[in-house]
Structure formats: C-alpha cells, structure tokens
Write a protein of this length. Structure first.
Ligand code: RIB
Length: 401
C-alpha cells in the first residue's frame, strides 16, 4: 500500500474510532511502529490529528474546534460564543447510551495492607503492598464505563515513568476515550493508602502533582466531548480553576454537573451554583454544612444546610447507612446493600461513577442512587480502588433486594 493511501486510511479509521494505538495501526497495515509514528507525525504536522502517548486522536474539524481557535484561548469569550450557539438551537444530541464526561485525577496508589492502622511514631509491618492505578477521577471513569456508559475522561500526569502506566491502564479499560495531558513541571499524582484488615477501612494521603496543573486551554479542549455528553462528573483533586471552568462550560452547553466534593476543600462553596447534584460523604457533608453527620437525622440537617448554601440537590453517602437524597425539598433514604467489605478504598468513586452513568442513561435521581449503592456494595468486596464490578453483577445484586 502506498504511503498516501495508508495515511488516508489512518484518517478514516480515526474518524470512526476517535483513538487508536500505534501498535494497532502497525498490526493493521503490517508495517513497523516506526513507520506509523512517522505517518502520525506527518498528519499531525498537517494539523489533521493530535497525538497522545503512543496513539493518535482526531483533531475534530467541527464548529467547537473552530470556536476554540477563534476565541484565541480566552475562556470567557468561548463561553459567550457557546451560549449564543445553544440559544440558536445548534446543539444536537443523541439519546441511546448514557454519555459521561469526567474531568479528574489520575494517581498511582501505593497501598499497604495492615492488620490495623499504625499509631503516630509507630513502625508497623504491612501484611502486603501493591502499586496500582487510582485517583478519584480515573476510578470514577472506570466505574461509569463498567456500567456500560460511554465515558470520556480528561486527566493530567507527569513526564515520568508513571505516565505510560496511566496510559496503559486507561487504554486497557472500558473507558471509551480519554485525553491525558502531561505536565512539564509536576510528577504524576500519587496516594499513600493504608487498608486495615479489621474492616477494610482506609486512610489516604494524596500528593496531587500534575493533577493540579490543568490549564484553561486544556479544559476548553473538552468542549467537543462535553457538548455530546449527558453528564459531567468532577471531584476536587485538580486545580480548582480548571474544575470551575469545566462546570461553567457544562452549564453553557446544558450538560448536567455532578460534583463529588472529595477531598474536601472550602472551594466547593464557590461553585455550588453550577452544580446539579453534589455528593459528599459523611465527613465532607459535616465540613460543608457545619453539622456533624452521625446518623440519618443529622444527615437530614446537614443536607438542608448544604441546600441553604446554594446547592440544588444533595446526596450524602453514608457507607453502611446508605445514602440520603434531598431533592426539591423532599428527602429520600436509599438503604445500603449488605456487603462483605474487603477494601473500602474507592467506594465513593464507585458510587459516583455508577450514579453519573445511571443518571446519564435517563434514570431518575433515586433510581440512579439505588443503582449506585448496589454498585458500590460490590466494589467494597474487591481489593483496589480502581477494581470495579460490572453491570450484570449490579443487576444481580439489585434483584436480591
Ligand atoms: O477515592 C480513592 C482514591 O483517592 C484513591 O485511588 C487515591 O488515589 C485517591 O485519589
């Protein structure tokens, strides 16, 4: 096959698949990876594609892509232009499978399994240790994709050995598409995690690194995927400016926003107006409301206080106590599904990812929260924050109730 022909085929494949790996293209055209890399470099040089970590993604020559370049990187101008486009009814959406866009962290999780948590100043022998993929954003993207949702994930890693690790992890997952940026200055985020064998409870210290360096331009590049999404899901492991911009973009595009305020930061108070559903756990709800959540009654008080601060809908996740919804002045309690808890790390991510996927597929808030509670109950029975169950398992658990 001639070079020109092969390059045209590559473009056709990319149109259909959005992302492809160098290895796949080399196998398909029976040429070396080096040849494919030079094809991609040439196509990128012509501005026809963008490249990312060993693969390629199409540079979409559509209205949004033009808009982004026309606005010269000015985020506020981009929002204004998109708003007028929306008012003119130019936004078309299909409605079959739920589409979820997630902007969030990727971390390398270094996990020590311990008989109990160590005390201050104590050295404790761990029973086992692993190094694996994590980060609330990536875990939530895994969860949503395992339910069958079409997920687009945006994240940022460093220029270190873990960037390839992140790329391989996301490539091997059910996540439909992702964009992984690389920071020049900060390393890939990491988390040091203890998991107690007593009850599967965890303690986590996070160094966010590259996750804190997302730029306005990188957020603006989400516009195309976001414009086709039903839901945008975010957490608080990225620089808040990026999170806030993504919310504003989603609002302008008419995409619902779910904010998982973890790890807690006061910043969340600045964005409640852009959020459709906020999903704190008990600790985050206590910090957000000033009401210590210890039971269902105090959770009700906390949820009301969070609404008074400006939130539209609240779901407080309370592990074994289930979840409490406050929607339009009405409370609804979703009881927890019984589970044999092995590792609670990522339980909140399981809930949020599954909830976003269920909401995106058209389920009502209580139905989506019930689905998410069943999903999370299965997640705590597995080791590893990113190790998520799948849709058939959730269906079986729901049927047990
Ligand atoms: O929610 C669990 C996650 O929190 C871990 O994967 C860790 O990376 C931190 O982001």
């Amino acid at each position: 096959m001639y070079l020109e022909q092969r390059r045209n085929h590559i473009l056709e494949y990319l149109d259909r698949h959005e992302t492809l790996s160098v290895a796949w293209l080399a196998g398909t055209f029976a040429v070396s990876k080096e040849t494919i890399r030079s094809d991609l470099a040439a196509l990128a040089g012509l501005g026809l594609i963008q490249r990312c970590h060993g693969g390629a993604i199409v540079l979409r020559r559509n209205l949004q892509a033009r808009l982004i370049s026309e606005t010269g990187g000015n985020f506020e101008v981009l929002l204004q232009r998109l708003e007028s486009q929306r008012l003119n009814g130019q936004r078309g959406k299909r409605k079959t499978q739920g589409r979820v866009c997630i902007l969030g962290s990727f971390n390398v999780d270094i996990v020590a399994k311990v008989a109990r948590f160590p005390r201050g100043g104590e050295s404790l022998l761990a029973l086992g240790s692993t190094l694996g993929p994590g980060g609330k954003g990536a875990n939530q993207a895994m969860a949503a994709s395992r339910t069958g949702a079409r997920v687009h994930f945006v994240s940022k890693v460093g220029k270190d050995q873990f960037s390839q690790f992140a790329f391989d992890h996301l490539s091997a997952s059910d996540i439909h598409s992702f964009k992984l940026y690389q920071s020049e200055s900060e390393p890939t985020g990491n988390a040091i995690i203890y998991v107690s064998q007593q009850d599967g409870e965890n303690m986590i210290a996070i160094y966010s690194g590259a996750n804190q360096t997302l730029t306005d331009a990188e957020v603006a590049e989400m516009t195309h995927e976001l414009s086709g999404a039903d839901v945008l899901l975010l957490q608080l492991e990225n620089n808040f400016s990026a999170t806030l911009n993504a919310m504003k973009l989603a609002n302008t595009l008419g995409v619902r926003v779910i904010m998982n305020p973890a790890p807690f930061s006061d910043d969340v108070l600045k964005c409640l107006q852009y959020v459709d559903v906020i999903t704190p756990n008990e600790t985050e709800a206590s910090l957000l409301s000033g009401v210590e959540v210890t039971d269902l009654e105090s959770a009700r008080e906390a949820a009301q206080a969070i609404v008074r601060q400006g939130a539209k809908r609240v779901i407080i996740t309370m592990s074994s106590r289930g979840a409490l919804i406050l929607d339009n002045g009405q409370f609804q309690h979703i009881p927890a599904f019984p589970a044999l808890s092995v590792d609670t790390t990522g339980a909140g991510d399981a809930f949020n990812g599954a909830f976003a996927a269920a909401l995106a597929s058209g389920q009502a808030i209580a139905q989506a929260a019930t689905y998410a509670a069943a999903f999370a109950s299965l997640a705590v029975e597995r080791e590893g924050a990113s190790n998520m169950p799948d849709h058939p398992q959730v269906v079986a658990r729901l049927a047990q109730r």
